[in-house]
Design a protein around this ligand. Structure first.
Ligand SMILES: Cc1cc2nc3c(=O)[nH]c(=O)nc-3n(C[C@H](O)[C@H](O)[C@H](O)COP(=O)(O)OP(=O)(O)OC[C@H]3O[C@@H](n4cnc5c(N)ncnc54)[C@H](O)[C@@H]3O)c2cc1C
Length: 331
């Protein structure tokens, strides 16, 4: 599986990267760690004229304290840096818990947070070699006009299958996006469009430059649980992130539950905060929220596992993560 012939451009500033993206439009693709984009190039999912390698842009690296006590994570922060950061371990454990499950150590050394948030979608029919796809006549997202997952519809159901986003959703994170018109900040929940064809709210001439974690969510107890075929390396088939703030008397003061890999976007379970805040732990309440999680998740036949099993695992993970977080609730 050879790479298509592309020119590699190596901008050293954000402005230069934006100019390259604007000048080359759909013919340009960003590469950061390359751990997702390179296999996709080898499978001929796209064949850009220019690969914009953003790794030389130093200001995109590292973890720093920003205004109002927020934490800024540059888009090029690697997953290994996240897992090993004492600051994140102490203040935002759910992100560390999720990042530690991403791929294997080699991909975590290369892979970046920005790349993880902007991952391509995954689907049994889309993430295949050119030869395999051609034999099937393509699919709605690539070279065809049928979604093999839901053949009657006009929508692409490829699953968005990243692990850091659900954790960041439970921390009310924001993404900073930079383009020709300057910088803008967007709640992460609005960054994902829940559409397999058009997965993120990012223009062709824009890049993700930072992720911000607000001070108010620092210290929240958090856990991420993930289903995958091989625990040592695979993308999620389902994942659930939970953050809770529980006071000394055992009453829940803040709660978020988010799911991944079972829809074309990572999603917050809307009912979770509403039902949990102001309540004490009870098995019935946790079961109700776990049930809301499986109503939010719509796993279809996009992966090697069955939709029924993935739904059940979402329920189990939600229940287990809520129980664990509640028992260790931070006062
Ligand atoms: C064997 C294997 C297993 C994997 N398992 C997992 C897993 O379990 N969980 C998981 O989440 N991922 C997994 N991955 C995918 C990948 O390793 C990680 O998601 C990684 O974080 C991607 O980051 P990257 O820097 O390598 O992204 P790249 O491959 O460089 O880019 C990924 C996508 O993001 C875009 N992009 C990159 N940076 C930016 C930016 N700053 N702004 C805008 N767009 C950008 C690229 O154009 C591309 O579309 C796996 C990959 C492999 C090969």
């Amino acid at each position: 599986m050879t790479m298509p012939a592309s020119r590699v451009a190596r901008p050293s500033t954000i402005e230069e990267a934006v100019r390259l993206l604007a000048d080359n439009g759909p013919e340009a693709v960003i590469i950061a760690g390359g751990t997702d984009v390179v296999p996709n190039l080898q499978m001929k999912l796209f064949a850009p004229r220019v690969l914009v390698d953003i790794k030389p842009i130093r200001v995109l690296q590292g973890i720093t304290i920003a205004a109002a006590g927020a934490l800024r994570l540059g888009a090029l922060t690697t997953l290994t840096e996240i897992v090993g950061s004492p600051l994140l371990q102490a203040s935002y454990p759910v992100l560390v818990s999720a990042a530690a499950t991403i791929a294997g150590p080699l991909q975590r050394n290369m892979g970046t947070l920005g790349g993880n948030l902007c991952l391509e979608t995954r689907c049994l029919w889309y993430n295949q070699s050119h030869f395999w796809r051609k034999a099937l006549g393509g699919c709605l997202k690539k070279d065809g006009d049928v979604c093999h997952v839901a053949p009657g519809g006009k929508r692409c159901w490829a699953a968005w299958s990243g692990d850091s986003a659900p954790a960041l959703l439970t921390l009310d994170a924001e993404v900073e996006i930079t383009g020709p018109r300057g910088r803008r900040r967007l709640p992460l929940a609005q960054f994902y469009l829940n559409d397999g064809m058009n997965r993120i709210a990012l223009g062709r001439d824009e890049l993700v430059t930072s992720v911000y974690l607000p001070a108010r969510t620092a210290g929240r107890r958090g856990i991420y649980h993930k289903l995958r075929i091989r625990d040592s390396i695979d993308y999620p088939l389902a994942g659930v992130a939970v953050t809770l703030e529980v006071d000394r008397s055992g009453v829940c003061r803040e709660a978020r539950v988010a799911i991944t890999a079972v829809n074309p976007a990572p999603l917050l379970v809307k009912e979770a905060s509403e039902w949990l805040v102001g309540q004490r732990y009870s098995a019935e309440l946790v079961d109700r929220v776990a049930h809301a999680a499986i109503r939010t998740g719509k796993p279809l036949t996009t992966s090697a596992s069955t939709p029924v099993y993935r739904r059940e695992m979402v329920r189990l993970f939600a229940r287990r993560a809520l129980e664990e977080a509640w028992k260790n609730g931070n006062a």
